[in-house]
Design a binder for this molecule. Sequence first.
Ligand code: MN
Length: 252
Amino acid sequence: MDKPIIGVTPDFATVPTQLGPTDRLFLNLDYALAVEAAGGIPHVLPPVLDPADALVAVEALLLTGGGDIDPHRYGAASVHPETYGISEVRDTFELALVKAAIARDLPVLAICRGIQVLNVALGGTLIQHIPASDPNALNHRQHELGIPVDQPAHPVTIMPESKLAAIVETTTLLVNSFHHQAIDAPAPGLVVTARAPDGVIEAVELPSATFVLGVQWHPERLYRTFPQHRALFRALVLAALRSRPLGRSARA
Ligand code: MN
């Protein structure tokens, strides 16, 4: 069976170069390697495209990590000083892209910033800085604790009847953690399917869709060593294959 094409969203920034400030795309290669290892073809989607055009050749969508979403996108009156890395270009593109993907019932796996994009696109809100909202929360930035990125830092408890639980085949999972924001109010239709021990939302899914799943951790940093995190990418690829029209086993 032909491999499905998985659209992957790169990061975007204006960087200083010898020729002056230049707009550039960035992608941590692990996202593409994890898709490839799961049997998909990674396909980078530059944020210059109309979202509908971006999805033309794509059979599933992987939303990647990155900087914070502009809090004004979810109606916040002020911006917390710890907010960093806001990209208007990326926000505009990805918020429209995930809505377009859901409208087509494309399979979506949303990682870290991605789960936040998914939530904001559907009308939810974010906690702008976890330590400010709950001083007793865990430190969700494991790099500050000296824990390597490819090692888990905290457990999550998974809702037993969720798609996530079926994929990872457990209701307690160790995850890594490089975030200072999290979902506050889940969007209408999104179901919270995993939480950290401090209550921070770590996974959601959209039961009205065939396959829309968000995780706050970074499975692309864990997939080589931990089969349960590899299974998330495999589930996305299998969902893409199952979504193909009957009788169409190869790309046209
Ligand atoms: Mn976490």
